[in-house]
Design a protein around this ligand. Structure first.
Ligand SMILES: Nc1ncnc2c1ncn2[C@@H]1O[C@H](COP(=O)(O)OP(=O)(O)OP(=O)(O)O)[C@@H](O)[C@H]1O
Length: 203
């Protein structure tokens, strides 16, 4: 179980982004989170994935808190894959840094062999996002946070990526938090949906 307990966060001491937010995510559960722009969803996602430290409260992942002594079981996929990949590395080097991936797994994610020797600038956003997913879905991963993961992509690529991800999540019984402005997408993909404003309102 991933438990967020009463976290508060501000980028500076004068302006808090949010206060006292809690939620829990079970293995195998797909939880949707929506809310208006600027309310703090990405900040919240970064805290859950351990990129930012909350000012108060805790994130407990299967009984452990950050920093982990092992590979982070919570992986974050954002909206802009190009920002998270070294532009000077070919894609085989990008993947090689995270582990060894079977051809079958890469095929499942729709990653073509011919992309392996390209640089990130020689791939489309959808193609790059598939590499980010491969990196995020190493065996140690137990929870996946998808923050507007397919917002920049066309409808067909979006549908293909979601079909693959949902299949993998189900096979491996991962917990997934889906952050999106697109309510119909959340309705199609999630077991349960929360409004960020309601999380704020409870406190
Ligand atoms: N690095 C930063 N330094 C200072 N303020 C920041 C920083 N990143 C975000 N903020 C501010 O924190 C607030 C929450 O931003 P955040 O990106 O978490 O919102 P969001 O709900 O994800 O928005 P969107 O849906 O538009 O992506 C905003 O007011 C934003 O301007």
């Amino acid at each position: 179980m991933l438990k967020v307990n009463n976290i508060s966060f501000g980028y500076n001491s004068e302006h808090g982004v949010f206060k006292d937010i809690s939620l829990s995510l079970k293995p195998g559960e797909i939880l949707g989170l929506y809310g208006k722009s600027g309310i703090g969803k990405t900040t919240f996602a970064k805290i859950i994935a351990g990129y930012l430290k909350p000012d108060t409260g805790s994130v407990v992942v299967d009984g452990e808190t950050y920093p982990f002594k092992r590979r982070n079981p919570v992986q974050l996929i954002g909206q802009h894959p190009e920002n998270t990949i070294n532009p000077r590395w070919q894609m085989n080097q990008v993947l090689g840094e995270s582990g060894v991936f079977s051809d079958e797994f890469l095929r499942e994610l729709g990653i073509s062999n011919e992309w392996m020797h390209r640089f990130p600038s020689q791939l489309s956003g959808g193609e790059l996002q598939r590499f980010c997913l491969a990196r995020a879905l190493v065996p140690e991963t137990k929870y996946l946070i998808a923050d507007e993961m397919t917002t920049m992509l066309d409808a067909i690529t979006k549908a293909q990526i979601w079909e693959t991800v949902l299949q993998l999540i189900k096979q491996r019984q991962l917990g997934m938090l889906v952050i999106s402005h697109e309510f119909p997408l959340l309705k199609r993909t999630c077991h349960r949906i929360l409004d960020f404003e309601d999380l704020l309102g409870k406190n």
